[in-house]
Write a protein that binds this ligand. Structure first.
Ligand code: ADP
Ligand code: MG
Length: 369
């Protein structure tokens, strides 16, 4: 087996339009994506995410630099090469592109039209993929009879029925409610892990960043490091907190980050932990729901970026009551999913030590173990 990355981009630039109307959208993009790796591509609207994704998907011709997908160079590639590559890619779009006049199973069957899979095996393959996405009971329904989340899952089934080695998804959760969005992303992750596909998922939904092995942040057509993006988010958060409660901003920011560290201690944040964080932040800071969500997002991103936030100024703003409240809150987060895990205990002890709480540490409300 070749160790070549399924997607490899070198010095890729892209310009729309001609002459005076031309506008460069992508600048010197370098990245490669390995089999089994899930990349989240974030960035503001208009930063070039869809353009980059369509280059990777052989849906537009590469102009400058090298775009290699599944071993094929796509720069100056002929139409026939592009088509050959496209057939090996699973595309998941925000608009699910189902045909309304066909049933769900017929829609999925369309994707197998050109596949080498024998006709006799197709039915089973279709049923299996629809069962995997949780639509086993709906295979003979029409798209109009399904909810938004179900249609999106049907779109995923269609994208995945050929077991593609590359999966490209453009804002797959944008039209979904929170829970359906989460389900769809978990599903893409599960299928990617099982099939060892390379996945690029475009989103500006901060709540799903945790599925990523790596986050690429696009800003005006340039790849920016995630850490740079996080530090910008952090200053926005501090400004917001400063307006809300001058003097306590760094305390609140540090508090939120400590909660995120415990919630993330086992590398996975459950809904229970999220809800507990939301409750605590609301009680501690009396923030509005949107503000609490924003602080949670930024804190999670800081945790992912391994930001060091034990800044001296923040430490200084923790008096004894605040320290006790912090430690109690850390245990509350750890306890949120029913039991306190070892990783969570380790993180709580580390945070307590960083805050100089080892000796004066109050008794936890919830006994460990
Ligand atoms: P994103 O997906 O990050 O929102 P896009 O890649 O869709 O960004 O677009 C990046 C920029 O390119 C935007 O300024 C957009 O207006 C412009 N653009 C996108 N498609 C075209 C096109 N076909 N022709 C000209 N400009 C385009
Ligand atoms: Mg887009």
């Amino acid at each position: 087996m070749s160790a070549e990355a399924p997607i490899a981009l070198e010095d890729v630039s892209y310009t729309y339009g001609k002459g005076a109307r031309q506008k460069q959208i992508l600048f010197n993009i370098d990245t490669s994506i390995q089999a089994g790796e899930i990349i989240i591509l974030t960035g503001p609207s208009g930063s070039g995410k869809t353009t980059l994704l369509t280059l990777m998907g052989a849906l537009r011709s590469a102009q400058q630099g090298s775009v290699k997908v599944l071993g094929q160079e796509l720069r100056n590639a002929r139409e026939s090469t592009q088509i050959k590559v496209r057939r090996q890619i699973g595309y998941i779009f925000q608009a699910h592109n189902l045909l309304d006049s066909l049933t769900i199973s017929q829609n999925v069957r369309m994707a197998l039209k050109l596949s080498p899979i024998r006709l006799s095996e197709r039915k089973q393959r279709i049923t299996e993929v629809l069962r995997r996405v949780g639509l086993g009971d709906h295979i003979n329904k029409y798209p109009g009879e399904l909810s938004g989340g179900q249609k999106q899952r049907a779109g995923i089934a269609r994208a995945l029925v050929n077991r593609p080695r590359v999966i490209l998804a453009d804002e797959p959760t944008a039209s979904l409610d929170k829970q359906s969005g989460r389900d769809v992303v978990d599903l893409i992750q599960e299928l990617a892990r099982e099939d060892g596909a390379a996945v690029v998922l475009v989103t500006h939904d901060n709540r799903i960043l945790d599925v990523a092995d790596r986050i690429l942040h696009l800003e005006d057509g340039h790849i920016r490091s995630f850490t740079e993006a996080v530090s910008e988010g952090t200053s926005r958060m501090l400004n917001m907190l400063e307006r809300h409660d001058p003097g306590s901003a760094s305390y609140l920011a540090t508090f939120a980050f400590a909660l995120a560290r415990v919630a993330y201690a086992d590398n996975e944040v459950s809904d229970h932990e999220r809800n507990e964080m939301r409750r605590i932040l609301h009680e501690v800071a009396h923030l509005q729901e949107g503000e609490v969500n924003f602080i949670m997002d930024i804190s999670m991103m800081q945790k992912r970026a391994q930001v060091e936030l034990s800044s001296q100024s923040a430490l200084g703003s923790f008096d004894m009551d605040r320290k006790k409240l912090l430690v109690d809150s850390l245990y509350a987060i750890a306890q949120a999913d029913g039991h306190v895990g070892d990783e969570e205990l380790v993180e709580i002890r580390a945070i307590s030590a960083e805050f100089g709480l080892e000796e004066s540490s109050p008794e936890p409300t919830v006994p460990p173990g």
